[in-house]
Design a protein around this ligand. Structure first.
Ligand code: GUN
Length: 201
């Protein structure tokens, strides 16, 4: 029982059939929600909608590329908020990282997260409201940590997972990086774990 992912129960990574082979369409109830809320397909998988972007701005200090120890200060909105939905037809959020920490809040359903830290440590935990089974309903992913997610079957939300994500400073593609294929995963976690996690790249 934990509110902190470092202490959250470790979950075995066992994707069910519709995660390995996605369904052709979302169930009707989730299709209705996608339509009503005008969610759109996300490049990392799943559906999303940005529901708030702070009109206020702030400076974000970013390290320069390459070996330089210099940094540059860029301007960002102070925060952003999204809904993010996984469905049986789009059941995986593929590995990516952001330089900023991201706060996640569960709304409905169940899923599983897999984090890969820069030192190669892997952390996987279930998200849901059954905290007695080790599920968590709020989780914060630190900046610089690769994150992937996949659906866990559930009756209460027609096999969906709906969360909210808050990023401070606000989301900008310049701060976001997709994992560069299985080779990058292998270089972080070694060949055996990479084979187990390859479905998330
Ligand atoms: N645009 C594309 N992806 C994202 C995201 O993850 N968050 C926000 N706020 N906007 C996006």
């Amino acid at each position: 029982m934990s509110a902190n992912i470092q202490e959250a129960a470790d979950a075995a990574i066992e994707p069910v059939s519709f995660v390995k082979v996605p369904a052709l369409e979302p169930p009707t109830s989730l299709q209705q929600m996608i339509h009503d809320w005008q969610l759109i397909k996300h490049r990392e998988g799943g559906y999303f909608k940005e529901t708030d972007r702070s009109p206020l701005t702030m400076g974000l200090e970013k390290p320069q590329d390459g070996d330089s120890t210099d940094s540059v200060t860029v301007t960002r909105n102070q925060s952003t908020l999204i809904y993010y939905l996984l469905t049986p037809d789009s059941p995986i959020g593929k590995f990516h990282k952001n330089i900023n920490r991201i706060t996640h809040i569960l709304q409905r359903g169940k899923g599983q997260y897999v984090l890969v830290y820069p030192d190669g440590q892997v952390k996987s935990f279930r998200v849901g409201f059954d905290y007695k089974k080790g599920e968590v309903s709020q989780w914060v992913v630190p900046g610089g940590v690769f994150k992937a997610s996949f659906l866990v079957p559930n009756e209460e939300f027609d096999n969906g997972l709906l969360i909210s994500e808050v990023v401070v400073p606000g989301f900008d593609f310049e701060d976001h990086t997709f994992m560069k294929g299985e080779d990058e995963l292998k270089s972080l976690v070694g060949p055996e774990r990479a084979a187990e996690l390859a479905f998330l790249v």
